[in-house]
Structures are given as structure tokens and as C-alpha cells.
Design a protein around this ligand. Structure first.
Ligand SMILES: Cc1ncc(COP(=O)(O)O)c(C=O)c1O
Length: 455
């Protein structure tokens, strides 16, 4: 007799899923995905889920994209991995040559790793060591924005400031100086994101005055604080920050892990402000979401501070086993090939205004919609208890989670951040799918609001 495996049961017997309260799985067991195509994920019963969160924001050009899959297959048959110290391979060299042309000017040295958090750690160590080796040894701290998110390893977590992820670990985290981030929805200066002068930049100025002499770098998610609830702030803030960093000799580390590769409508979020950071971290969309792969890009100025005779011990002694992995490089090259045709950009020009208006039209008239904000294809709807007073729902109600569960039943993978429902779909999404996912999201939102007696 055929031995039929209960995949969900076996999953829960062995697997501790990331970023989950495992007890929730009693009510909602893991959905076991069998195959995928475009924005569709199919479970083992052939039920389709529209992946409008790009599987944690990494799937850039659709699941099982034929061009990327082909490149991966070809590479797997040729060279799967090679130690990256003293050895190299054509793929990673070509990738570096091409990235140097695409990245903001001045970023022309690349150090590779295998996930976003490790890239952030690397960026922090690089900045610290630079100042140690250029005579500014008092610069030993980091600054970052409040509500930021930079990953889960201790350094990256220390730079982050979302209580949900960091609070319990505070006793073991580094002492990072957190600057009050722009909060355009609750702007303390009563301005709006489109017409302000970034009055809130005063907080950054004040912190730099007090802490820049002891700080090597400031880490920021340019324009979009993703995990904080897709909080969007104006490019002017970044421009001002670039100037401030220059004034005080503090490195600007742009964490573009979530924002790179047209997520915000331009190749990099930094492009909106026309700035070049000193260090940039990339991952996620870099391989189209195919392979764990990341990089830290930096300037020749920083690189030069590490370049000397061996016995001076200035080398950057940082490595990861999978640094420069050929499979990752092959996928990244395929992504660049696709982007180079210009088709994606053309598609985005056509569908982005449609998607953004559709979401505004669908949600702005709800009494519990505090704000609808968008950048590129990313759209977020901040649901609140009281729209006029901007009072949030009691988090115990888990309004977002209730909407998430309902949407799954109807075949849409939304995964709200608290009570912020958002869309961050693969860039290839078509209007027809936009109509469907927005309709489902709205229906589910209304049902949940009704069930909780808010409408
Ligand atoms: C802005 C940002 N930085 C860093 C990370 C961490 O990347 P990873 O999950 O690959 O470690 C993330 C992940 O969501 C992110 O959004």
C-alpha cells in the first residue's frame, strides 16, 4: 500500500518556522507549496495563491522565470561553487563589471556574501575598520534610524529598531544611537510628505552634533522603512543626510536590500535622491529571489584603507563560505539581462499608476483607512481604529492577521505588517491580477472590520 505522507503534520513535527508563533499553526497549518509560476504559488492540492509579497520581497521577476531558471541550470552543470579566497570565476567578475556601471557613482568594489543580514554585518565591520586604519580610532559606534530594520544577526539587529524583533534581545545588543526617523503619517510638524522641507531632519542634525565624532556610520533603509510598515519618506531627507555625513565624516550605509532593483520605481532608492552612499548593501532581488546571495558595494577610498603589505594586518578578514557563489552570480546576471532589455521598466511605467490608483480608490473611502501610501509598485494601507485622531487598533485584536487568514482562503498571500496591509508584488504582475488581489484584500478587510464591529 502506498505510504501517504501528511506533509503538514510532518512539517509541524520537525520544523520551527521563521518569524512565527508556532502555536498559531494549530489554527493555520503551513501551506505546503508544490510549484510556482509567475506570481502564482500552487499548493499540494493545486490551490493557487497570488504572491503579492514576492515571498518576503525577494522574488523580483516572477517565480520560475524561464531565463533565470535556465541560467541557474546551465551554471549548476558547469561550476556550483568554488572557494572565493585566491580563486574567482567568470560569472562573478562579469557581474561586478556590470554592477559597477549600474550602481550610484563611486561604488566600485564588491564584497559578496549570502544574505541581507550578513551584508549589513559586513558593512558595519568595514566602516569600523576603515576608521581604525585611518587614524580616527574613536569612531566606534553606529547610528541608525528609529523603526529601522536591517536583519536578524546581532549587529544588524542592533542597528534595527523595531521593538517586535529587538526588544527581548536588548541586553545582548550593541549600543547603537537611534535617531528619530521621519514619520510622515504622524508628522510632528503637521506637514505632508509631498511638500515638507524635512523639518524632522533636525533630529538627525542634533544626533550628529552629539555623536558623530564617536560614530563610524549611519545605516538607513533609503526612502522606505519596510518592516516598520512600509513607511515612506521623501528623497530630500536622504540628500540632507548625505551632506551631513560628509560634513562630519560619517559613512552613509544604504541598506537597499529591500529597495534595490526597481522596487521603488528606480533601479535603487538612492537614485531618487541622486546620492551615492559610501557603502551599499544588496540582496533579495539581486538574484530575482532565486539564491541566497548578497553584496556590499563600496568606494575605492574605503577599499584603499585596507590595501597594504600583509604584515601591516590591514586586510578585511571577513569571509563567508558561500561568498561569491557561482549559482547566485549566474542568477544575478540573468536578472541584469532581463532588466537591460527595458521591458520591465516599460511594463512598470504602464501598470504602476494603474495599481496605485486602484488601491487608493478601493481603500481611501473606508472609515478605518488612515493612510494609503505608495512608492513604485509598493503600496501600503495603514488601517486604524480612528482615522481622524490616528489611533491604532488594539494590537491584541490582530486585525492584520485576521485579514491575512481570510485572504489566504481566497487565494491571496498578503502577510500584513501589524495592521498595515501592503502589496509588494513581483514586478511582472499584470493588471488582471492587480484587480483580483485588490478586490480580495478589500473584501477581506471589510469582512474583518465588520466581524470586529468597526463597521
Ligand atoms: C532592509 C532590510 N535589510 C536587511 C534585511 C535582512 O535580510 P535577510 O533576511 O536576507 O538576512 C532585510 C530583510 O527583510 C531588509 O528588509
Amino acid at each position: 500500500m502506498e505510504n501517504i505522507i501528511d506533509w503538514q503534520k510532518e512539517d509541524l513535527k520537525y520544523i520551527w518556522h521563521p518569524c512565527s508563533q508556532m502555536k498559531d499553526y494549530e489554527q493555520l497549518p503551513p501551506i505546503v507549496i508544490d510549484y510556482a509560476k509567475g506570481i502564482n504559488l500552487y499548493d499540494i492540492n493545486n490551490k493557487c495563491y497570488k504572491d503579492v509579497v514576492s515571498s518576503w520581497w525577494c522574488n523580483l521577476l516572477g517565480h520560475c522565470n524561464p531565463k533565470i531558471s535556465d541560467a541557474l541550470k546551465k551554471q549548476a552543470e558547469k561550476l556550483e561553487h568554488v572557494i572565493f579566497a585566491n580563486f574567482s570565476h567568470k560569472g562573478i567578475i562579469e557581474l561586478s563589471m556590470r554592477l559597477a556601471k549600474l550602481l550610484p557613482s563611486g561604488l566600485e568594489k564588491f564584497n559578496y556574501s549570502d544574505n541581507g543580514s550578513s551584508a549589513v554585518e559586513m558593512a558595519m565591520k568595514m566602516s569600523f575598520q576603515y576608521f581604525q586604519q585611518t587614524g580616527k580610532t574613536k569612531k566606534i559606534k553606529f547610528m541608525a534610524l528609529s523603526e529601522g530594520y536591517h536583519g536578524e544577526t546581532i549587529g544588524a539587529l542592533s542597528a534595527g529598531a523595531c521593538d517586535l524583533y529587538t526588544k527581548i534581545y536588548k541586553p545582548i545588543l550593541m549600543d547603537v544611537i537611534h535617531i528619530k526617523a521621519p514619520d510622515c503619517y504622524h508628522c510632528p510638524f503637521n506637514k505632508s510628505r509631498d511638500n515638507c522641507e524635512c523639518e524632522c531632519f533636525e533630529y538627525a542634525k542634533d544626533s550628529f552634533k552629539r555623536h558623530a565624532s564617536e560614530s563610524c556610520a549611519i545605516l538607513v533603509e533609503p526612502l522606505l522603512q519596510g518592516s516598520a510598515g512600509m513607511r515612506i519618506y521623501p528623497p530630500l531627507y536622504l540628500k540632507k543626510l548625505r551632506e551631513l555625513c560628509d560634513e562630519y565624516d560619517v559613512h552613509l550605509i544604504a541598506d537597499e536590500i529591500a529597495t534595490g532593483f526597481y522596487r521603488t520605481g528606480k533601479m535603487f532608492a538612492s537614485n531618487h535622491a541622486n546620492i551615492s552612499p559610501d557603502i551599499m548593501c544588496l540582496s533579495k532581488g539581486l538574484t530575482g529571489g532565486y539564491m541566497p546571495f548578497a553584496l556590499v558595494a563600496t568606494t575605492n577610498k574605503i577599499y584603499s584603507a585596507f590595501y597594504d603589505d600583509y604584515i601591516k594586518h590591514k586586510a578585511f578578514m571577513h569571509s563567508h563560505t558561500y561568498s561569491g557563489n557561482p549559482l547566485g552570480a549566474a542568477c544575478a546576471l540573468a536578472v541584469l539581462d532581463i532588466l537591460e532589455t527595458g521591458e520591465i521598466q516599460k511594463h512598470l511605467r504602464e501598470v504602476t499608476p494603474y495599481f496605485n490608483s486602484l488601491i487608493k480608490e478601493s481603500f481611501l473611502n473606508l472609515n478605518n483607512t488612515g493612510e494609503v501610501r505608495s512608492i513604485g509598485l509598493i503600496n501600503a494601507i495603514e488601517l486604524v481604529y480612528d482615522k481622524n485622531k490616528k489611533i491604532h487598533f488594539d494590537s491584541k485584536l490582530r486585525i492584520g492577521y485576521q485579514i491575512y487568514k481570510k485572504a489566504l482562503k481566497k487565494g491571496v498571500l498578503l502577510r500584513p505588517l501589524g495592521d498595515v496591509i501592503y502589496f509588494n508584488p513581483p514586478l511582472i504582475i499584470e493588471k488582471e491580477d492587480m484587480d483580483f488581489v485588490v478586490k480580495v484584500a478589500k473584501e477581506c478587510t471589510i469582512e474583518v472590520l465588520k466581524e470586529n464591529n468597526f463597521i
